[in-house]
Ligand binder design. Structure first.
Ligand SMILES: [Mg+2]
Length: 420
């Protein structure tokens, strides 16, 4: 966001850019933020003190039913946790079995923070960095956190933080950027009407920078028509957000951002290419509208640079792609150290919404509304401590142990062990 501090940093950077190379040290404000960020990254996340004796991981199983996967973890003492995998596990399961599963066997789950660091080194796994590693890793982490929560009789939020948000307000994430305006509005209205929500996100621009030849585009002028029309359709009290999935150049993102500002949208997500950090900052510097980014990130260091250089306003790690809730919590803490918010990216399907609301429950710097892609799921489970419905725009976070859901044993039993 535009601020005196940002202007100060921009002018300091301009001075540094013209100074001799040897004196181009970070401006004091930037250096101070780096110190805060590194301190935040060093803080332990999992509360080991909740566990008096070792929780030795005995088995880590990947189980399959059709094209869907779950992970079941058991300790030597017979404790158990289960997680539901993202649909992309059908692509990445060999990495789960070869590169991750062996590293966890025999480890003390109380050392999960350290295990999550070391597993990136194990077998040169860093070479697979990205969703290929993060997604199966998160699946194992969720199962371990579920098991640890059951041992400690606490919800996951209390294992990795304190409960700040017992309920999570959601926005309906909509798509259809390739559709004409009238059809888009009709589809968005139907999607919003399906839930008792007060917020929504629209897609603007095309999909990914320089890809007009690869993906279907909406008609010319769609974005410029949609931004005011969605505001008019839903009224001034509705919270609106916009996402361009990295489509724009810096000047185009600033142009569209100003239109979003005019119609009082709340943030602009991935306005330019997601890993072009300097360009993200240029857009953020130019707009008063908050800029968000992070769903494609797999390293702490992109977030670190953007936060240290006041280059964005909202961090958005994906709980699966980024490798689990502990790593996402570290990013949340880094953002908090710089006075910024987190609105994690949420993968749809499975129990993505459940993992997301547990993380949000435990962060002090959550944004006002969080991504939501519906409650439809193939998973058979019950939850005794929350209806898991959107009521008055919010979902109550389960308070039972682990993730607070119990899977139908008959449904779990239908799954078959996945082997290489
Ligand atoms: Mg997005």
């Amino acid at each position: 966001m535009k601020s005196n501090r940002r202007n100060f940093i921009a002018s300091a950077a301009a001075i540094a850019a013209t100074a001799p190379r040897s004196s181009a040290a970070p401006a004091p404000a930037v250096a101070a933020r780096y110190r805060k960020l590194d301190d935040a990254m060093r803080q332990p996340v999992l509360k080991k003190a909740l566990f008096k004796s070792p929780v030795v991981i005995d088995t880590v199983e990947l189980l399959r039913l059709g094209n869907n996967f779950i992970c079941r973890v058991r300790s030597r003492d017979g404790a158990e946790g289960i997680s539901v995998a993202h649909s992309s596990m059908s692509t990445f399961f060999p990495i789960f079995l070869r590169n991750l599963q062996p590293f966890f066997i025999g480890k003390d789950a109380r050392e999960l923070d350290l295990i999550l660091e070391k597993v990136y080194i194990f077998g040169f796994n860093f070479r697979l960095n990205g969703i290929a590693l993060g997604l199966p890793l998160a699946t194992i982490e969720f199962a371990i956190l579920d098991m640890l929560g059951r041992i400690a009789s606490k919800p996951v939020g209390q294992l990795i933080g304190d409960i700040h948000n017992p309920e999570v307000a959601v926005y309906i994430a909509t798509e259809w950027r390739e559709k004409p305006v009238d059809e888009s509005i009709r589809l968005i209205k139907d999607a919003v009407a399906a839930y008792d929500a007060r917020a929504l996100k629209i897609k603007v621009g095309g999909l990914m920078f320089m890809t007009t030849d690869m993906y279907a585009q909406g008609p010319p002028g769609r974005t410029e028509a949609m931004i005011p029309l969605v505001r008019k359709t839903f009224g001034d009290d509705f919270a609106l957000y916009a996402d361009s999935n990295s489509f724009y150049t810096v000047p185009e993102a600033i142009r569209v951002g100003r239109l979003l500002e005019k119609y009082k949208y709340r943030y602009f997500e991935e306005p330019v290419m997601f890993d072009h950090l300097e360009e993200i900052k240029q857009v953020a510097d130019a707009l008063t509208l908050p800029v968000s980014n992070g769903e494609q990130d797999y390293s702490f260091y992109g977030f670190r640079w953007l936060l240290a250089n006041d280059g964005l306003d909202i961090v958005q790690p994906d709980n699966y792609y980024f490798g689990g809730l502990i790593r996402s919590m570290q990013v949340a803490r880094m953002a908090h150290a710089c006075g910024k918010q987190i609105i994690p990216h949420m993968s749809g399907g499975g129990l993505g919404f459940l993992y997301n609301i547990h993380l949000v429950s435990a962060v002090p710097n959550a944004g006002e509304h969080h991504e939501f892609k519906g409650l439809n799921t193939h998973v058979r489970f019950e939850c005794k401590t929350s209806p898991l419905k959107v009521v008055n725009g919010k979902i109550k976070v389960p308070t039972g142990p682990g993730f607070g859901v119990d899977f139908d044993p008959g449904w779990v039993a239908k799954h078959q062990t996945v082997k290489l």
